[in-house]
Write a protein that binds this ligand. Structure first.
Ligand code: RP5
Length: 160
């Protein structure tokens, strides 16, 4: 059963959103990934967002560009955390998507990551799941330790 649902508004979002998928895989987290446009096929979107909880999904990662309503509408329909990924690539370099996703009305939050931040979205999803999964929590601690070691080895090379 997927624990994370990755959804994006277009196949043009795939390059960034597949980074989220790859990161989840590295933590051994089951996910489903799909393309659904909230604007071009609202009925399909509504059905998917409504069904997510019943499929066992605990966190949704939603990526969209331009007037990015997909993450916010996920948050309106899905009762658990939604992480929004603003996508660039169009006229306003993703600022339009960032504002559309981050500026939610009171009561319907979306945890918004950086523009094109697919990888961080997956790490945040993993951290949310790790609250109740000790094994995953240990993997995340290992991941953090690896990052620290990488920085320290680069610093050490400067001293050589
Ligand atoms: C949004 O509109 C999508 O998330 C995509 O980032 C953007 C443009 O979509 P396409 O015209 O590339 O399909 O809904």
């Amino acid at each position: 059963m997927p624990k994370v649902g990755i959804v994006m508004g277009s196949d043009s979002d795939l390059k960034v959103m597949s980074k989220a998928a790859k990161q989840l895989e590295s933590f051994g987290i089951d996910y489903e990934m799909t393309i659904i446009s909230a604007h071009r096929e609202p009925d399909v979107f509504f059905e998917w967002a409504r069904a997510a909880e019943g499929k066992g999904i605990k966190v949704i990662i939603a990526g969209a560009g331009m007037a990015a309503h997909l993450p916010g509408m996920c948050a309106a329909l899905f009762p658990m955390p939604v992480i929004g990924v603003p996508l660039s690539g169009k006229n306003l370099d993703g600022m339009d998507a960032l504002y559309s996703i981050v500026q939610m009305p009171p009561g319907i939050p979306v945890a918004t990551v950086a523009i094109d931040g697919g990888m961080n979205a997956a790490i945040l999803a993993a951290k949310i799941l790790a609250v109740s999964e000790p094994e995953l929590l240990e993997k995340l601690k290992g991941y953090t330790a690896e990052m620290k070691a990488a920085v320290q080895s680069k610093a050490a090379k400067l001293d050589e």
